[in-house]
Design a binder for this molecule. Structure first.
Ligand code: FPP
Ligand code: MG
Length: 333
C-alpha cells in the first residue's frame, strides 16, 4: 500500500497506482491554488495567512474531496476549487480555535495568537473565511447554501462545547463533535461527489460516510490530545483537559466506580490549569482502560462509515475510502 499526501502525516491509503498518481497530482494543484488564494493586497495579511498554511497539516479535508470525486469525473473543475474551499474554511477555524484554546502550538509551529496576538489571529481567521466564501461563490448558489449550512453547524458545535450539558454528557459531547468537525468533513465528501457529477444517491451516501469519518477523526484527535506528545501531534498535549473540555476518554473514565480511580476522578473534577495537576491527570488517563474503550468506540464509528459505502461500485475508489475510515480511527498523528 502506498500513501498519498502533499505534506501530510495522515496520507490516503491507496492500493491502485493510477488512482494514487491522480490524487498526488490533484493535491499538488490544491497546494498551488491555496498559496494563491491566501495572498492579500496587504503583505502582512499574506504573511499571517500563510503562516499556518505553510506550517503543514494533514490536508485531510481536501484529500477526502479528491477521493470522493473519484466516484465520478474527478477532472471537472469544481473538484479542485471545492477542495480549496474546505481547507480554507478549516484553516480559518484553526486561527480562531487557537485563540479560544489559548494554544501556543499548531501544526508544529507557533500558533498565530502566540506569534502575534489574538487580534491578528482572529482577523486572519476572518480573512481566510472570507477567501473561502469568495471561492465558494464561484461554485454557484447551491454551493453557497451548502457552505452556509455547514458553517452554521460548525459554529453551533463549537459554541455547544463551551456550555455545560443539560443531560447525558456523552450525548452532548457527540453533538459537539458532529457539529464542529463532522459537518465540514461531511461537506468535503459531498463536494467531491457533487462536483464530479455523481448521482444523488452516491452523493448522499458519501456525505453520510464523511460525517461518520469526521466524527471518528475528531474523537481520535481527542484520544491523541491525551495519548501523544507534541512531536507526534504538533500540538500541546492535554489542551482539552486544561480548557475543561471533557472529551471521549475522560467521559468514559468518569463513569468508573472503581475505588482505585478516586484520585483521577478528583483531579478531573477540579481545575487543570496547573501544570503539576495536568501532568498527573495525563499520566493516570494514559494507562486507564477508558483509553482502549474510547479507541474501540471510534473503530465502531469507522465501521459504520464503511457500511455506507455499499452505495458505491466495488473497485479501487471504494477500497481506498474503506481503508481511509480505518486509518482515521487508528491514526497516531
Ligand atoms: C478544532 O477542535 C476546532 C474546530 C473543529 C472548529 C473550531 C471553530 C471555530 C473556532 C469557529 C470558527 C469561526 C470562523 C469565523 C472562522 P479542537 O480544539 O478539538 O482540536 P485541536 O486539537 O486541533 O485544537
Ligand atoms: Mg483546539
Amino acid at each position: 500500500m502506498t500513501t498519498t499526501g502533499a505534506n501530510s502525516s495522515l496520507a490516503l491509503p491507496v492500493l491502485d497506482d493510477a488512482l494514487d498518481a491522480r490524487l498526488r497530482a490533484s493535491l499538488t494543484l490544491v497546494e498551488e491554488r491555496l498559496e494563491r488564494e491566501v495572498t492579500s493586497v496587504a503583505p502582512f495579511v499574506t504573511e499571517a495567512a500563510r503562516h499556518l498554511l505553510r506550517a503543514g497539516g494533514k490536508r485531510f479535508r481536501p484529500a477526502l474531496v479528491l477521493l470522493a470525486a473519484e466516484a465520478g469525473d474527478a477532472s471537472l473543475p469544481g473538484v479542485i476549487t471545492s477542495a480549496c474551499v474546505v481547507e480554507l474554511t478549516h484553516l480559518a477555524s484553526l486561527y480562531h480555535d487557537d485563540v479560544m484554546d489559548e494554544a501556543a502550538l499548531r501544526r508544529g509551529a507557533e500558533s498565530a495568537n502566540s506569534r502575534w496576538d489574538n487580534h491578528v489571529a482572529i482577523l486572519t481567521g476572518d480573512f481566510l473565511f472570507s477567501k473561502s466564501s469568495e471561492l465558494t461563490a464561484t461554485l454557484g448558489a447551491d454551493a453557497v447554501r451548502i457552505q452556509a449550512e455547514t458553517f452554521t453547524k460548525l459554529v453551533e458545535g463549537q459554541i455547544l462545547e463551551t456550555i455545560k450539558p443539560e443531560s447525558d454528557p456523552l450525548a452532548h459531547y457527540l453533538r459537539v463533535v458532529q457539529g464542529k468537525t463532522g459537518s465540514l468533513i461531511a461537506t468535503s465528501a459531498r463536494y467531491g461527489a457533487r462536483f464530479s457529477g455523481c448521482s444523488r444517491e452516491v452523493e448522499e451516501a458519501l456525505t453520510a460516510y464523511g460525517e461518520r469519518v469526521g466524527v471518528a477523526f475528531q474523537l481520535s484527535d481527542d484520544i491523541l490530545d491525551i495519548g501523544s506528545d507534541s512531536s507526534e501531534s504538533g500540538k500541546t498535549p492535554g489542551t482539552d483537559l486544561r480548557e475543561g473540555v471533557p472529551t471521549l476518554p475522560v467521559l468514559m473514565a468518569q463513569r468508573s466506580t472503581d475505588p482505585s480511580d478516586a484520585r483521577l476522578l478528583e483531579l478531573l473534577a477540579g481545575d487543570l490549569d496547573d501544570d503539576t495537576r495536568l501532568t498527573e491527570t495525563l499520566g493516570l488517563l494514559r494507562k486507564h482502560p477508558a483509553m482502549d474503550e474510547a479507541r474501540g468506540y471510534v473503530l465502531d464509528i469507522a465501521t459504520e462509515a464503511q457500511e455506507l459505502l455499499t452505495a458505491l461500485p466495488e473497485g479501487p475508489v471504494r477500497e481506498a475510502l474503506d481503508a481511509f475510515a480505518v486509518l482515521i480511527a487508528t491514526r497516531s498523528a
